[in-house]
Design a binder for this molecule. Structure first.
Ligand code: HEM
Length: 413
């Protein structure tokens, strides 16, 4: 292609040269002037030949990339679709560069703009694309994230086989670019020996004795939230918002030994980055393009990532100044970093980001959903309330109480 442009350029210049020479004849210029013009123009020709050679060289270098792109964007989808169809697995059609993401986006947009009836059947609401494809194509569906194939497995036997695989045949998938900024290479995304090391540290920080020790901090956070609710008596209250403040506070205190105020900046930034991730979850962009022409979200995400890093570094520094590690997650990570060179400062930062993110979103949604279900099923609400009042009355919950709260456990599970 580039070569072709070069040849066209040469042809055009050639025509121009002839015209100039003819013009100079018409104007009866001196022999010397014509000679100078000819030498100059032949110089231009030689230069152009050099440019053409360079363009040929560049196109030769680019050729493997172009071929690889064409293979990924055209040939692989055809080949994989055919091979899956031969095994009885079908899915939404592959669209050039977008895969099946544009169809998914359309279904998501429609779902988000329609109110949901109160029901436990949440799949059509939160993942309408999977819901509609499973209905159309069966329990195992081949989908496309751009030109990357993704197999949605719904068949129980296959799910069991995947989850019990010990050979490493089903590795974790590479998270999208923004998700990497959110989770780094922490426990959720890491694999192999690194995952084993991180898992050991997290297991130590969240062992049952430590969990028991966390209860006073959890109770105190819940009590201050309830104290705040007193002024809302008889008024409407946005429980999701309340839980979104409560859970980060608890994670801050239990995993990082800091107050919500100390961790607040990190949580706000994590929320902002989560919003960017959600906006771009189905977005398909070539990594090369992202680097070359970053959009507003790329720039913003880079800035937030830097901010989070700085805030976590400050948290680590404050902990180090206290001269005692503590036995919580941050303490275990700092201790391991001091004793073991294979745990770097970046690893600590990634793990903190991971726990800040995973610990708050999941639990605040779970609490909100439980409250909603109890609000709808008032008979269960009454049962749980009388169980709690009977067991504790006005006193606070302790770790010994867990065994006796049967009905509430049933609701949560
Ligand atoms: C209702 C609450 C929660 C639910 C439903 C939930 C759900 C899950 C699920 C399904 C996974 C597996 C994800 C995967 O392998 O792709 C997971 C992993 C994980 N969760 Fe949670 N989670 C909850 C609460 C929490 C909390 C409170 C924390 C941290 C304080 C947390 C931290 C993690 C971490 C670090 C992983 C990765 C574990 C590993 O790969 O070894 N989660 N969670």
């Amino acid at each position: 292609m580039i070569n072709l442009v070069g040849i066209l350029l040469m042809l055009l210049i050639n025509i121009n040269i002839t015209l100039i020479i003819e013009k100079s004849n018409n104007y009866k210029q001196s022999e010397r002037e014509r000679k100078t013009a000819k030498i100059f123009l032949h110089g231009v020709m030689a230069n152009l030949q050099g440019i053409n050679l360079m363009l040929a060289l560049v196109s030769l270098i680019l050729l493997p990339y172009v071929l690889r792109f064409l293979k990924r964007a055209f040939w692989d989808p055809i080949r994989i679709t055919k091979s899956m169809e031969a095994q009885g697995i079908r899915g939404p059609p592959y669209k050039f560069l977008h895969g099946s993401t544009s169809e998914a986006n359309k279904l998501m947009e429609k779902s988000m703009n329609t109110p949901m009836e109160l029901s436990h059947n949440i799949l059509p609401k939160v993942q309408p694309h999977f819901h509609s494809w499973i209905k159309l194509y069966g329990r195992n569906v081949l989908t496309w994230h751009g030109s990357t194939p993704r197999l949605v497995v719904g068949e129980t036997e296959l799910v069991k086989e995947i989850l019990s695989d010990r050979e490493g045949g089903f590795p974790k998938y590479e998270p999208p670019e923004f998700m990497k900024k959110l989770l780094g290479d922490g426990l959720v995304t890491s694999s192999g020996q690194k995952w084993v090391r991180q898992r050991k540290l997290a297991t130590h920080a969240f062992r049952s004795e430590s969990l028991k020790e966390m209860i006073p901090a959890i109770v105190s956070s819940v009590e201050s939230m309830l104290q705040k609710w007193v002024k809302f008596e008889g008024k409407e209250i946005d429980l999701f918002r309340e839980f979104c403040t409560l859970t980060p506070e608890i994670i801050s205190r239990t995993a990082f030994g800091s107050s919500y105020i100390e961790g607040k900046r990190i949580f706000i930034k994590i929320d902002e980055l989560t919003a960017i991730c959600a906006r771009n979850f189905q977005a398909i962009r070539l990594p090369f393009f992202r680097k070359l022409v970053p959009n507003q979200d790329d720039i913003e995400a880079d800035k937030i990532e830097r901010d989070i890093r700085e805030s976590i570094l400050k948290l680590i520094k404050r902990r180090e100044e206290r001269k005692e590690n503590g036995d919580d997650l941050l303490g275990s990570l700092i201790k391991a970093h001091r004793e073991n060179e294979s745990i770097t400062l970046d690893d600590i930062i990634d793990e903190c980001k991971t726990f800040y993110f995973t610990g708050q979103e999941t639990t605040s949604i779970m609490l909100s959903w439980t409250a909603l279900i109890l609000a709808i099923n008032t008979d269960w609400q009454d049962k749980v309330r009388s169980e709690v009042l009977q067991l504790f009355g006005d006193r606070s919950l302790t770790s010994e109480d867990f065994a006796s709260i049967a009905k509430l456990k049933k609701v949560i599970n």
